[in-house]
Write a protein that binds this ligand. Structure first.
Ligand SMILES: [Zn+2]
Length: 204
């Protein structure tokens, strides 16, 4: 694999999760993985990384949340409706299902977003009760990974910080679309600037 022109420094290992922490897995759905209708390059690489974090949270008996795009067939983000994307993550279809290799535990709290034709939502907080559900569980800090760095991860992280949650950004568990080269790196910089703390497991 080619080195990026300006490699970013490897972030430190994430802290071990403790009371008040939750893991938030963003949109790890089949349509965003290789073979899907809106595949993120190397998107499958987030699955094994996320599984290691999921195991830590299960071991610590801490909550795991997962957001998903959950669109009607005539969703406004789809090209035939004038939107920017091919049809993807239509509610109830295999493309909208979580990646089969993702080890989400039985108690995972699933948050569906952009589930009406008129509204899109890159952020898991937009038009959902995610913030309330996190607060109901006593969550104060989120460990966030998933797809894609420059869209739903970026917007979810920004909204989490704006809602008063601390954020550990799991940089080994995210991948960008990079519609424009550098979008992913710019998103990383924007999230760090907003107060997210980047972290990655060694070798991740
Ligand atoms: Zn979507």
């Amino acid at each position: 694999m080619a080195e990026p022109p300006h490699p970013l420094p490897t972030p430190p290992s994430p802290p071990f999760p403790k009371s008040g922490d939750a893991l938030l897995v963003v949109d790890v759905q089949n349509d965003f993985l290789p073979g899907g209708s809106l595949a993120v390059p190397a998107g499958e690489q987030v699955v094994s990384a996320l599984n290691r974090y999921i195991a830590r949270f299960i071991e610590a008996d801490l909550p795991v949340f997962a957001t998903r795009d959950w669109h009607p067939p005539d969703h406004c983000s789809f090209a035939q409706k004038g939107g920017p994307w091919p049809p993807h993550c239509v509610a109830g279809t295999p493309g909208a299902a979580f990646a089969p290799a993702l080890d989400l535990p039985p108690g995972t709290i699933v948050v569906s977003k952009a589930d009406t034709a008129e509204q899109d939502a890159y952020s898991g907080f937009q038009g959902t009760d995610l913030a309330d559900r996190l607060r109901a569980q006593g969550v104060r800090r989120l460990f966030i990974g998933g797809l894609a760095t420059d869209y739903c991860v970026l917007n979810t992280v920004q909204d989490a910080l704006a809602a008063g949650f601390a954020v550990v950004l799991l940089t080994d568990a995210i991948r960008p679309v990079d519609v424009k080269p550098g979008d992913g790196d710019r998103a990383l910089a924007a999230m760090a600037e907003a107060g997210a703390v980047p972290a990655a497991q060694e070798g991740g």
